[in-house]
Design a protein around this ligand. Structure first.
Ligand SMILES: Nc1ncnc2c1ncn2[C@@H]1O[C@H](COP(=O)(O)OP(=O)(O)OP(=O)(O)O)[C@@H](O)[C@H]1O
Ligand SMILES: [Mg+2]
Length: 237
């Protein structure tokens, strides 16, 4: 086992800032010095008002955007010291993403959608098909493999998106309001699936949610207030 794998912290974000330039002399400071550590196997809720910077943070932690300053290490790898090509490899191998809207490819079947990240990672199609089918069975969609996204319910679509995000066996799952578009009952079932994956696979997960009730069931809650992370006491909990 490598030294990095023995370290209890999986992800360490240090002094992250992000500013958007909106024009001459007009800069919007969205992240104002974020320090965040996620330990291996943790499932953590990221809460905060609309516009406080949660999605911006998630995008940066997943290398889909870069910080203005600060660093992020994942499994001991300093992500923003890598070139974009290497970042893309790390994203494909180590990070899974889930969004409020499923972002499945409408012209492909459930099975093909879930195979996609494996094919991008150059796995042989037969092995990819087998793996994707296995994961779909795990998320309870064995009977829906040949449906297209438009033929699935909202909860099923989100389950497919979850299957797609974990099929590469990532170490980190970044979920941006994964239940935000679902009714209460369906939101709970998707939430329970994420909890199960966290417990069964030890998958480390950071989940943005506006749902306090769900958040209280996770290991820990962090609160974003106007671009900064507040302690639980500061957030009035
Ligand atoms: N590319 C961009 N250019 C300029 N401003 C941006 C950009 N992306 C985000 N912002 C601004 O950054 C702020 C934080 O946005 P972000 O999407 O991170 O908020 P959020 O906490 O995820 O909100 P919500 O709960 O509504 O999803 C917002 O004021 C937004 O307008
Ligand atoms: Mg957001």
């Amino acid at each position: 086992m490598s030294d990095a794998a023995l370290d209890p912290s999986l992800l360490v974000a240090t002094s992250l800032t992000k500013s958007f330039c909106l024009g001459k002399n007009n800069t919007l400071e969205v992240l104002k010095g974020i320090d965040l550590t996620l330990n291996r196997g943790e499932i953590v809720a990221l809460l905060g008002d609309s516009g406080s910077g949660k999605s911006t943070l998630i995008q940066i932690l997943g290398t889909l955007d870069h910080p203005t300053s600060g660093s992020v290490t994942l499994d001991g790898i300093d992500l923003f010291k890598l070139n974009p090509k290497k970042q893309a490899v790390i994203r494909n191998q180590k990070i899974g993403f889930i969004y409020q809207f499923h972002r499945l490819l409408p012209e492909f079947t459930t099975l093909e959608n879930v195979m996609m990240p494996l094919l991008i990672g150059r796995l042989d199609p037969k092995a990819a098909k087998e793996k994707a089918a296995n994961i779909l069975e795990q998320v309870g969609l064995k009977e829906r493999m040949l449906h297209r996204p438009g033929q699935l319910s909202g909860g099923e679509q989100q389950r497919v998106a979850i299957a797609r995000s974990i099929v590469t066996q990532p170490v980190l799952l970044l979920a941006d309001e994964p239940t935000g578009n679902l009714d209460r009952r369906t939101a709970w079932s998707v939430f329970e699936l994420l909890q199960k994956l966290n417990q069964d696979l030890g998958l480390t997960c950071l989940m943005v949610t506006h749902n306090n009730e769900l958040a209280q069931h996770l290991n820990r809650q962090v609160h974003m207030i106007d671009g900064s992370l507040a302690s639980q006491e500061d957030a009035g909990l």
